[in-house]
Structures are given as structure tokens and as C-alpha cells.
Design a binder for this molecule. Structure first.
Ligand SMILES: [Fe+2]
Ligand SMILES: [Fe+2]
Length: 390
């Protein structure tokens, strides 16, 4: 346990990253059961925001008036179910005679046997993040003007959210089954982590405000595109081309979703440039928090930080990726050239457009400090308490 706390010292030096929020290290009271007393800090950081329903009610009209646009421009980015991949196509076929099925499982285990433990830590963290999907659907449905008010609402916003959720649902299912069959991970600890995480929720700071919500999802979908793309590359390098294809296929979904959410923000920038620019500035000031930042396995109160540190070290998701995503979105939304802003809007524009180089500079300094520290090990329950060096 002592070693684990040393680890966090170096992790905390990483600034402004999507998956390393300094303000939300752990809030034991938000887990269903507290971690052991010896590991609990007594000062709990404040929530990211206590604001709710922060969009002025008159702006609800904007989302109503964009319904036709959403039907024509956003819904086509969904894939009809019949054209979608399903997890089963990537997995051993249980309908085969038993011997043939187990042969396929043996082949799978053979492919995964040389992947390092640290790879599994990242893949489990990604899977757990995907599995907390009920939290994300609730978050989106809590956004004013775009939520599914009856559960089967015909509004294009609600149609999108339900179908998006249904597409996303395959990600956790596929990763979970693959991890289960690999035999490399402790499924019970993973399942516990998922249960804790869904119980804990998330604190993205989106204030039931669809402007903030869609900025968050644009950023977050691109971040998952980047990280699944990197786990695909590492699986290939580690000798598992099927897992590489799985992660790559999931990454492609994330890219399509990113495209939809950033299209919505692009539209908001067109119809309400200052409102949308302020929302981007607000979210970037708060820092985009990884959706699974409240993860806990019943053992390690710093589980999220430890997972994020492994993601950073293996290059699956790093502070530089955070800066890259920001730059990508600035370019995609043409924020530097955005006109018609109020003074307040211009200040947000300057802040956002100057942020990426600042993040990179801070990261370089943090990297230099981290290099001076001795490497140390952290045990992860997900891999049977094997130690991963950070
Ligand atoms: Fe996903
Ligand atoms: Fe996603």
C-alpha cells in the first residue's frame, strides 16, 4: 500500500489530462462501500460543479428548431442494426461441437499469452469504462432539450441517444467476453469494479446543459477513438491480430460517434457562436474528465490514477493525446477564425486556442520530474494482484 501512494506523487504531476483529473482523485463516500480506513483521506475535493440546468430556458428553442437538421445530418451517422458488427463474430462460436469450441478458446489463449500484464490493465480499464454505459446514457438523457422524456421518444435527439447507447453496448460486451476467455484477468474483481463504478456515477461538469454535454461527448468519443486505436496497435505488436481487429473495430465506432457529436457542436457554433464558444471554454477550463474517473475495485482507492498512469506509460492515452484532441477540435470547429463573438466569447476563444501549447509545456516539465523518480510497482486486483511497474 505504501508503494501505491508513492506512485500517486508522480501521477499528480501530470496536468490537465483527460484521464488524470487532479481534483477527483478519489471520493470514498461516493462508492457504495468505503475502502479500508487506512487508505482513506479525510479531505474530500469538491464536485466539479454544483450547477444544474445552467442553459437559459429560452435556448431550449434552439434544440427544438434543430430537430429537422438532426434527423437529416446526425441520424444518418448511425448504422442500421443489420449492418452492424456483433461481438459474436469476433469470438469462439459456442454453437460448434464442444471440442471445436474449446479449440477456438485454446487458440485465443495462445494469442493472448504473450501480451504483457500492463496491456491487460489498460484493456480492463477500457472495458470497465465501456461497461458503465448506463451512467453515460443517464447523463445524456439529463441534458435539457435533448433528453428522452418518455423512454421511447420519437425526437431525433432521443432516437440518436438510444441507438448510440445500443451501438456502444457492444463494446463492453465484446471486450468483457474476450477478457473472460483469455484467462488472463480476475473476472470477479473486474465485475466488482463495474458494479462500484455504475453505483458511483460520474462528474463530468455538464450541468444538464446540452452545449456542455455535446462538447464533452465530442472530446470523449475522440479520446476513446485514440485509446482503442492504441490498444489495437499494441495487440498487433504483442501477437494477437484478432484482438487488434476488435479494438480497431471499436475505435471505428467511436470515430463515427465523435463525428456526430462534433457536428452538433459545429452547428451550435453556427447558430449561437458565443454560446457554443463559452461552452467549449467552460469545459476546457474544468478539464475533460474521463468517464470512469470514479472507478474502484474495493481495494485500491487510487485505482483510477493507477490505471491512468499505466495508460500514460504504455502510450495508450497520454497528456499529449489530450492536447492533440484539443488541437484537432479547434481545427475541426475552426475556432481560431470564429467571428461574431461578444467580448466574453472572444476571451473564451483566446483561452481555448492558446491552451494546447500550455498543456504540452506543463507535460514536458512533469515528464522531466517523473524521469528523476525511481520506477515503482503497483498491484492491480484485475490481474490477480500482479505488479505493474510505473
Ligand atoms: Fe465505446
Ligand atoms: Fe464512445
Amino acid at each position: 500500500m505504501h508503494i501505491q501512494f508513492q506512485t500517486c506523487h508522480s501521477i499528480k504531476t501530470l496536468p490537465l489530462t483527460w484521464n488524470i483529473p487532479e481534483s477527483i482523485n478519489h471520493r470514498p463516500h461516493r462508492h457504495l462501500l468505503p475502502p479500508p480506513k487506512s487508505t482513506v483521506t479525510t479531505t474530500l475535493p469538491p464536485l466539479k460543479t454544483s450547477k444544474t440546468h445552467s442553459m437559459p430556458p429560452e435556448k431550449l428553442e434552439i434544440f427544438k428548431s434543430l430537430e429537422n437538421w438532426a434527423s437529416e445530418s446526425v441520424l444518418p451517422l448511425l448504422k442500421p442494426v443489420e449492418q452492424c458488427w456483433q461481438p459474436q463474430s469476433f469470438l469462439p462460436d459456442p454453437s460448434l461441437p464442444f471440442d471445436e469450441f474449446t479449440d477456438q478458446v485454446k487458440v485465443l489463449r495462445d494469442r493472448t499469452k504473450d501480451l504483457p500484464d500492463e496491456y491487460f490493465v489498460v484493456l480492463v480499464g477500457d472495458m470497465v469504462t465501456e461497461d458503465a454505459l448506463p451512467t453515460y446514457q443517464s447523463m445524456i438523457n439529463g441534458l435539457d432539450g435533448v433528453g428522452d422524456e418518455i423512454g421511447a421518444s420519437p425526437s431525433p435527439w432521443a432516437v440518436w441517444t438510444r441507438a448510440w447507447t445500443a451501438e456502444e453496448n457492444r463494446h463492453g460486451d465484446l471486450l468483457r467476453t474476450y477478457l473472460y476467455l483469455s484467462g488472463r484477468v480476475d473476472m470477479e474483481m473486474i465485475e466488482k469494479t463495474v458494479q462500484y463504478l455504475i453505483g458511483a456515477g460520474m462528474d463530468p461538469g455538464t450541468e444538464n446543459n446540452p452545449y456542455l454535454g455535446f462538447v464533452y461527448t465530442s472530446f470523449q468519443e475522440r479520446a476513446t477513438f485514440v485509446s482503442h486505436g492504441n490498444t489495437a496497435r499494441l495487440a498487433k505488436e504483442g501477437g494477437d491480430p484478432v484482438l487488434a481487429r476488435i479494438c480497431g473495430t471499436i475505435a471505428a465506432d467511436e470515430k463515427r460517434h465523435e463525428n456526430a457529436y462534433s457536428k452538433i457542436v459545429e452547428k451550435l457554433l453556427e447558430v449561437d457562436p458565443t454560446g457554443a464558444m463559452l461552452a467549449i471554454g467552460d469545459m476546457m477550463e474544468k478539464k475533460i474528465t474521463m468517464p470512469a474517473h470514479l472507478m474502484y475495485d474495493g481495494q485500491d482507492p487510487k485505482l483510477f490514477e493507477h490505471f491512468a498512469a499505466v495508460a500514460q506509460r504504455t502510450g495508450v492515452y497520454t497528456a499529449n493525446d489530450y492536447a492533440d484532441i484539443l488541437e484537432f477540435l479547434i481545427e475541426r470547429w475552426r475556432l481560431e477564425k470564429l467571428e461574431g463573438l461578444t467580448g466574453e466569447g472572444k476571451r473564451a476563444q483566446d483561452f481555448v486556442c492558446g491552451l494546447a501549447p500550455r498543456i504540452r509545456r506543463l507535460q514536458e516539465r512533469a515528464d522531466a520530474r517523473a524521469r528523476k523518480m525511481k520506477p515503482h510497482g503497483v498491484k492491480f486486483s484485475w490481474i490477480f494482484n500482479n505488479e505493474v511497474v510505473l
